[in-house]
Design a binder for this molecule. Sequence first.
Ligand SMILES: [Zn+2]
Length: 168
Amino acid sequence: MGNLIHAGGDDGAGAGAVAPVNMNNGLTSVVIGLMAMALTAEAETDTQRRLAVAVAARDQNLLGLGVVGFDVADLPWDESTFEIDQAFFLRSCDRAILGDDWHRLSYEPRREWVTQAVSGLVDLIESLTPDQLRPQTDWPLMPDVVGEVCDTHQALMHTEGCVLCNDG
Ligand SMILES: [Zn+2]
């Protein structure tokens, strides 16, 4: 069992041009947590904070194991600022790999696994074009107002708290 993150395809089976990121459930939790911290640290606008919360909201402890895969085209993008927000997302991926936030974890992630998975995510985000976007308005666990940050992990919270605390 695992989770698939993909781009621009309806069935998640590699319909897009770029290979999907396929992760087991344990690695999924690690990558979602690292991305939640990195996106939060790099976010400067409400749209970027919403993107950070959307990723944090892929919370296996609430949604269930193996059901948190998603299509990056469905994230709550704003078409009018897409290029800026795409650069923000890619910057955050770099940060997640570099390990700037890893000291807030209670464990040491396997660096080569994280690097491989997040590099795959980079390819997906880079492949996205504005015409592919189909931002979901009913993203699960998305609060009406984003901005609440977990003290422990410095990650933006979804409606049920912090994805990293929930995983603890
Ligand atoms: Zn937390």
